[in-house]
Design a binder for this molecule. Structure first.
Ligand SMILES: [Zn+2]
Ligand SMILES: [Zn+2]
Length: 375
């Protein structure tokens, strides 16, 4: 059976698509087959999936994911998608051609009531080519008529696709490589799994609530994979508070020797923390050990948090935003901090919790940060 047929066995299969447990069970097999696809294969599969008798929303999710893994796979259906006004998920347009970007920008020049402006802007951001960058730059200088219909300026939609306008061109806020953080057995850790530890106890306590801090990511920078993804150095630790971090961004002062301190920029606890009653509950954050796993096919593999066949925890890559993108500003230089990974709570615990904690750094300024989001 060739790679296209092997992937089709899963993604074209109603039973697979309807049962998250079946999906998780077959995840390694599916990924092995997806890994074998060439871009031509991925495009052939996209066409087949698009014309298959699948529920419309589901079809867009599946094809969108295939495009996130093999950017450009949807090139064969992008014109059709635009004709049919299908603009969700926006990463259906990742790697799309210049023709797609022109058509979406034209639609934004003369918006109609049928197509929400924010959907078009997200698709443009996911294309993110020089045409989109130029238009975002023009809009930043002279906002379009429909600006008042949006909560944020048009150019801020770039953040949803992991980049922002730079002095010239774009600045990416994500790492272009990504490794899965997979369940591992403490007793049987192999050396290749060890360079990134997840949710380990940290020596200090939270100055706001008194809980012991937890190191979300403890990264051994002497490992070639970690150094290539982040920077050369010894060790980077990103601690957070399992309670206070649920409510606000927490900043830490970090260095590349494994030191981290609660930053004074955190100031006083936000009002919300005073309003909610703290019963001292300590979430069991370390029931399941996560270890460094396989490199993902693309940094966008886990972009869709609703996609139940992909484990979300990862080192590097594009975040799976549950709500809007929320890159914190670096307290040192004021620029958006870049995301270096995420941990999904349901993957470290057995039950009762959900949501994702995201990790960010600004290495030159020595700041790390965490944020949390849930549905
Ligand atoms: Zn705390
Ligand atoms: Zn900075």
């Amino acid at each position: 059976m060739n790679a296209v047929e092997q992937v089709w066995r899963f993604l074209g299969n109603r039973l697979f698509l309807s049962d998250p447990r079946v999906q998780r069970a077959h995840h390694p097999e599916l990924m092995q087959a997806v890994r074998m696809l060439t871009l031509d294969d991925a495009q052939a599969l996209t066409e087949r999936l698009w014309h298959a008798s699948l529920e419309e929303g589901k079809r867009a999710v599946i094809v969108g994911w295939l495009n996130a893994v093999h950017p450009g796979a949807t090139d064969v259906v992008n014109m059709l998608l635009i004709d049919q006004a299908i603009f969700y998920p926006p990463w259906l347009y990742l790697g799309a051609s210049q023709e797609s970007s022109e058509r979406i920008l034209t639609a934004l020049a003369e918006p109609t009531l049928e197509t929400p402006i924010n959907h078009l802007l997200q698709c443009a951001a996911w294309i993110g080519d020089s045409y989109v960058q130029d238009r975002f730059r023009v809009w930043r200088e002279s906002p379009p008529e429909w600006r008042n219909q949006l909560y944020v300026p048009p150019e801020d939609y770039a953040l949803e696709a992991g980049w922002e306008l730079a002095e010239s061109g774009r600045r990416d806020l994500i790492r272009s490589t990504s490794y899965m953080l997979m369940p591992g057995d403490e007793a049987e850790l192999t050396p290749t799994q060890m360079p990134v530890a997840v949710n380990t106890p940290y020596a200090d306590h939270c100055p706001w609530c008194g809980r012991q801090l937890v190191t979300l990511l403890d990264i051994d920078l002497r490992d070639a994979r970690c150094a290539a993804l982040l920077t050369t150095g010894e060790r980077l630790c990103i601690p957070y508070c399992t309670w206070c971090s649920l409510y606000t961004t927490i900043y830490m002062n970090t260095d590349l020797h494994g030191n981290a301190q609660w930053s004074t920029v955190n100031g006083d606890p936000p009002e919300i923390l005073a309003k909610i009653s703290d019963d001292g509950y300590q979430p069991k954050w370390s029931q399941q050990r996560l270890v460094l796993g396989e490199q993902r096919l693309s940094p966008y593999e886990a972009v869709d948090w609703m996609n139940s066949w992909i484990p979300l925890s990862q080192f590097g890559g594009h975040p799976a935003w549950i709500n809007d993108a929320s890159y914190p500003r670096c307290p040192g230089c004021g620029a958006h901090m870049s995301c270096i990974g995420q941990v999904a709570w349901e993957e470290v615990q057995n039950m009762y919790t959900e949501g994702i904690t995201y990790a960010y750094v600004c290495i030159p300024c020595g700041f790390a940060a965490t944020t949390y989001d849930q549905s």
